[in-house]
Design a protein around this ligand. Structure first.
Ligand SMILES: NC(=O)c1ccc[n+]([C@@H]2O[C@H](COP(=O)([O-])OP(=O)(O)OC[C@H]3O[C@@H](n4cnc5c(N)ncnc54)[C@H](OP(=O)(O)O)[C@@H]3O)[C@@H](O)[C@H]2O)c1
Length: 357
């Protein structure tokens, strides 16, 4: 089968359309094969490709198909009959661990077929397309888990940085329409990104190139936030605008040692390069302000994806696509390369999707 894959760690130019083995030999009691209709690109794809995840999540075998998000139909059902052939599904794949390896070579989703654990797979809502569905799992579940971790509740105020990104676009909608925050403030650049954030539910959008959120919100305690959600590595600054008793949750920048251990990072060298949460200046700054600070990594959760699917089906939240690029085209702009170039630029407005079918 064909996949967008890399033969060794390196720059985005390492990505090539490559013949890789069809995913044979997986444990059919725990997995399904999905015929991919669409995948989406995330910043972590670039990090995996660069080799920076080697100590936590090494590539088991090259060439390695890239990406984690998929929407498609079940090609080979599991032997337990949880899913049936032809069923439309979506997920963020985590890899089949039945062979003892965390990262089998067929994990990537920008491929004609991929394997997913049945515990991660969720039926795709009928009301959204495969391309829309592929945009949701990784970014959507991260936003959802971060907001749950933050303790955000009805009537609260929340500051979300990076409102126009893959995570930010879903976080704004969840905060406003699901958690029922009374005030959602976000940052985006001027023009269509600011307009989009307002449409998604943000009450205030700060043009981050022109105004600094610390200057706007740190001097008046009454204006501070119950919750701050950081997607842009600005969580230290957020400790200045969070209320006493509030929380700062970050998914960006350097992770804490404890969180990386939680997701399976065991290499001893991590101890030399990462600090425990309590040793981090962000944590200490938040504590000095009687607030909490947490670094969060996404965890697998079919329950969370099911809840997102229900909100998508009801229209409470909607997918936000920067664009859709064609897997079959080698055109540098219109073809699959365009999706990676756009997403890896860090400038996308929502998600970059690769369409297969
Ligand atoms: N810990 C986890 O489990 C986890 C999971 C998912 C993502 N992440 C991380 O979270 C971050 C965001 O992910 P993502 O998928 O949302 O990224 P993304 O879609 O690539 O974000 C791009 C968007 O961010 C905006 N942006 C960049 N810097 C900004 C700033 N300083 N202020 C306001 N907006 C800014 C860009 O707008 P402009 O063009 O206007 O700058 C662009 O619209 C990444 O670092 C990613 O690695 C972590």
């Amino acid at each position: 089968m064909k996949a967008i894959a890399f033969a060794k760690y390196g720059k985005p130019a390492m990505l090539k359309k490559t013949e890789v083995p069809y995913p044979h030999g997986f444990d059919a009691s725990k997995n399904v094969v999905i015929k991919v209709h669409a995948s989406s690109v995330n910043p972590v794809d670039k990090i995996l490709l660069s080799g920076d995840l080697k100590m936590v999540s090494p590539v088991a075998k090259f060439p390695h198909a890239i990406s984690y998000d998929v929407a498609g139909v079940v090609e080979e059902a599991d032997s337990n009959g949880v899913f049936s052939v032809g069923q439309p599904v979506f997920t963020r794949v985590w890899g089949d661990e039945s062979d003892g390896k965390k990262t089998p070579s067929y994990r990537g989703t920008t491929a004609e077929f991929c394997v997913a654990r049945i515990t991660d797979v969720v039926p795709k809502p009928d009301s959204i397309s495969f391309e829309e569905a592929a945009s949701i799992p990784l970014a959507g579940m991260t936003a959802f888990q971060a907001l749950k971790k933050s303790g955000l509740k009805e009537g609260d105020s929340i500051f979300i940085s990076g409102g126009a990104g893959g995570v930010g676009t879903i976080a704004i909608q969840l905060a406003k329409h699901v958690f029922k925050a009374h005030l959602v403030v976000t940052t985006a650049s001027k023009g269509e990104k600011m307009d989009m954030c307002k449409e998604l539910g943000a009450d205030v959008v700060i043009d981050y190139n022109a105004q600094n959120f610390v200057e706007l919100y740190s001097n008046d305690d009454g204006k501070k936030f119950d919750v701050c959600f950081d997607t842009t590595d600005e969580s230290l600054d957020m400790t200045k605008v969070v209320k006493p008793g509030g929380s700062v949750v970050t998914i960006a920048g350097t992770p804490t040692l404890d969180e990386i251990r939680r997701i399976g990072g065991t290499a001893w060298i991590l101890k030399l390069v990462l600090k425990r949460k309590e040793k981090r200046k962000e944590y200490k700054a938040a504590l000095a302000n009687k607030a909490s600070w947490t670094y969060l990594f996404l965890s697998p959760s079919a329950e969370d994806l099911t809840e997102l699917a229900n909100h998508l089906a009801k229209g409470t939240i909607k997918p936000v696509l920067d664009g859709v690029w064609d897997f079959h085209s080698e055109d540098e702009q219109a073809g699959w390369q365009g999706a990676f170039t756009r997403s890896f630029s860090g400038r996308a407005k929502g998600k970059c999707v690769v369409k297969m079918e």
